[in-house]
Design a protein around this ligand. Structure first.
Ligand SMILES: Cc1cc2nc3c(=O)[nH]c(=O)nc-3n(C[C@H](O)[C@H](O)[C@H](O)COP(=O)(O)OP(=O)(O)OC[C@H]3O[C@@H](n4cnc5c(N)ncnc54)[C@H](O)[C@@H]3O)c2cc1C
Length: 310
């Protein structure tokens, strides 16, 4: 489906702003400015912004809630499309099919609670994940043995021609915290999820609450972080490898390996993206030296970072 685009060239009239500080749009609270940024609320605004960026030969970067991102201190060139207000469709709960249709900007954690209160099961794991539905589709977010790929029926994406295309999970090359949408030029705009009606509705709320409490007791939830920094080199766990390398509490600048959960790096208040980047590199080096394991980051790096030696 192609919608007509009003090809205005004045960025202000398109709600596109210059030099937008991005740190406040990430859960690590670091990163420099976007050359240009927009927070669209509907598809027409998004299409117009994409067309404007193309006309001006600018790169386009997508940001959800910024909960899995490290943006460099010098910021991002081109246009950044921030999708947290892209709730262009009202969330629909189809009681007959037990399906939810939801816009990309909706927070996946609050959706999990809404589903739980209806007695719908299969999304309990998402309570407490501070990302958008779009980010969860792209990252194949998950926890406690379940992930997005288990519930996704289909997703709508916007391509660079401004067309809306529907994709099935089989087309997304899903695996652990991976989809082929990562780094692609397709913007997730909505998703349909398949849940199931539980026999015991109260038990769903109980499990959601328990999953959330588990996070609060095992993760530094009240400090700026991006969740797990490294993918688990299964069957091994990054947190255990980092902890056993003696790195809990290790600090570079304002960035610290969490004392509570070794796979979290926290911003102690004055961290720069470079501090975090250097600490990530240090942890990788130490784990390689100690356990001969190459840790890979789960977090997506965007922008420029200093060259590192070793
Ligand atoms: C305290 C804490 C706990 C966490 N716990 C978990 C957990 O248990 N499990 C888990 O999987 N993750 C967890 N995370 C990481 C993070 O919340 C998830 O990866 C989440 O799905 C990212 O969503 P987001 O909207 O923040 O995406 P962002 O961080 O903004 O973006 C992530 C990637 O997706 C792309 N992207 C985002 N939105 C779109 C879109 N609409 N269309 C196209 N591309 C897009 C971005 O370009 C980027 O490459 C945690 C993070 C924190 C801070």
């Amino acid at each position: 489906m192609t919608l007509s685009i009003d090809r205005q060239t004045d960025p202000a009239s398109l709600k596109i702003h210059p030099q937008v500080a991005l740190a406040k749009f990430t859960t690590w609270k670091v990163g420099g400015p976007a050359q240009w940024a927009i927070e669209p609320t509907n598809i027409e605004e998004t299409q117009a912004a994409i067309a404007w960026a193309k006309e001006n030969n600018l790169s386009i970067t997508f940001l959800g809630a910024g909960s899995n991102l490290l943006i460099g201190d010098t910021g991002l060139p081109g246009l950044v499309i921030i999708t947290r207000h892209l709730r262009w469709i009202e969330t629909k709960f189809d009681a007959e099919l037990c399906q939810i249709e939801v816009g990309a900007g909706k927070m996946i954690g609050s959706l999990a609670w809404q589903a739980a209160r209806k007695g719908w099961t299969k999304l309990e794991w998402a309570a407490g994940i501070p990302g958008t539905v779009g980010g969860a589709v792209v990252m194949n977010a998950g926890a406690h043995g379940s992930s997005m790929q288990d519930v996704l029926v289909s997703t709508q994406v916007l391509n660079t021609a401004g067309e809306i295309v529907t994709l099935q999970p089989a087309e997304l090359d899903y695996s652990y915290r991976h989809s082929n949408l990562q780094g692609s030029d397709l913007l997730v705009i909505s998703a349909i999820l398949q849940l199931a009606a539980a026999e015991n509705a109260a038990a769903v709320v109980g499990k959601t609450q328990k999953d959330l409490e588990r996070r609060h007791t095992t993760q530094p939830y009240d400090q700026p972080s991006c969740g797990s920094v490294f993918r688990n080199p299964l069957p091994q766990f990054s947190a255990k490898l980092i902890q056993d390398a003696g790195l809990k509490g290790y600090k570079i600048g304002g960035a610290e390996v969490s004392e509570m959960h070794a796979n979290f790096i926290i911003n102690c208040g004055d961290a720069t993206a470079t501090d975090i980047f250097q600490l990530i590199h240090y942890v990788k080096q130490q784990v390689k030296a100690k356990w001969d394991v190459d840790l890979e980051t789960e977090v997506k790096m965007m922008g420029e970072f200093p060259a590192l030696i070793g």
